[in-house]
Design a protein around this ligand. Structure first.
Ligand code: GLY
Length: 313
């Protein structure tokens, strides 16, 4: 993708997205892109744009983030999100929150906090969000019928709760589905930002935190580049995938840097019976941008002023 000028690049997860939900994914991406476009045209900073775009994706039930998140072993949503501004390297993140419809807004609020905490988890994160006046809901308000049905089907398995079933779930492997959402932006002044938000993987243990709220893993923005990742969190954490792709921009164009980083992920993570997979968005300081994924599909879209938006699933 050539450079120059502002750019909004979004994703709604990389996995084997079934045909039956492609239209929903497209609709969610188109809506988020419209939000991003309006924000860029209003002259808002990259940091604000990524937050608005990711909040729109969290609000859309097609994705595994905010409302629509998958459920953990206790039948509850567990949400993670992180956001970062490239110019200042300020970041904020929340992990393991259950009753925030827009965890990315709580992450954003941490950028303006006293600087003592950048990453808050669980009840502390929810208390911080309440202090900042962010809305809270009952966790059940974030559960959509699709995810309740999935959980009920698994819960009804005769072996659910047995050591064998739990052991199976503990085997490190790329979990599915992966509808993590994210956005990278270069604004009209050349500033970069990235944000990522997720409901994680189905049937994870209570307390599990993935890559999405960890800078360098699920998101990163520096003066040189901004990236957002989606995929198997434990693997992405292992290789610090977003730090890897932003670092690779010095030597390669963005799409090549993303492809190379995904190849390194697959080669480095050897404790899985299946290859580690993920998807990446990345934009460089010069405005050139790209994506890559090692899954069957990735929901992604982009827009630049003067060009028609592009949406692909
Ligand atoms: N990439 C999202 C997660 O594994 O939590």
């Amino acid at each position: 993708m050539p450079g120059d000028g502002p750019l909004v690049l979004v994703h709604g997860g990389a996995w084997d997205i079934p045909d039956a939900v492609l239209a929903d994914h497209r609709a969610g991406l188109e809506r988020a892109l419209r939000v991003g476009r309006r924000a860029v045209e209003a002259g808002r900073a990259a940091l604000d744009v990524v937050v608005e775009v990711v909040a729109a994706l969290e609000d859309h039930p097609a994705f595994d983030a905010g409302r629509g998140s998958v459920l953990d072993r206790d039948g509850q949503p567990q949400l993670d999100a992180g956001v970062m501004e490239g110019e200042t390297r300020r970041w904020g993140a929340v992990g393991n929150v259950r009753g925030l419809p827009n965890p990315v807004r709580a992450a954003r609020a941490l950028l303006g906090a006293d600087g003592q905490a950048r990453l808050l988890v669980g009840e502390g994160a929810e208390r911080f969000a309440a202090e900042r006046g962010l809305p809270a809901v009952s966790p059940s308000a974030l559960v959509v019928p699709r995810e309740q049905d999935r959980y009920d089907r698994l819960r009804a398995h005769p072996d659910f709760g047995s050591a064998a079933f739990a052991g199976q779930m503990d085997v490190p492997r790329p979990p599915a589905p992966q509808g993590t959402v994210g956005c990278v932006v270069r604004d009209g002044r050349g500033r970069l930002a990235a944000a990522t938000s997720t409901g994680g993987a189905p049937l994870t243990r209570a307390g599990r935190v993935g890559d999405s709220p960890v800078p360098g893993a699920g998101f990163l923005a520096t003066p040189d580049g901004a990236a957002s990742a989606t995929g198997w969190g434990e693997a992405i954490l292992t290789v610090q995938l977003c730090a890897r792709v932003v670092g690779a921009l010095a030597a390669r164009p963005p799409a090549d840097a993303a492809r190379q980083s995904l190849a390194e992920l697959a080669a480095a993570v050897r404790w899985s019976p299946e290859p580690a997979t993920a998807g990446l968005l990345v934009v460089g300081a010069d405005g050139r941008a790209g994506w890559s994924f090692s899954t069957p599909r990735m929901a992604r879209a982009w827009w630049r002023p003067g060009q028609d938006p592009e949406v692909h699933v």
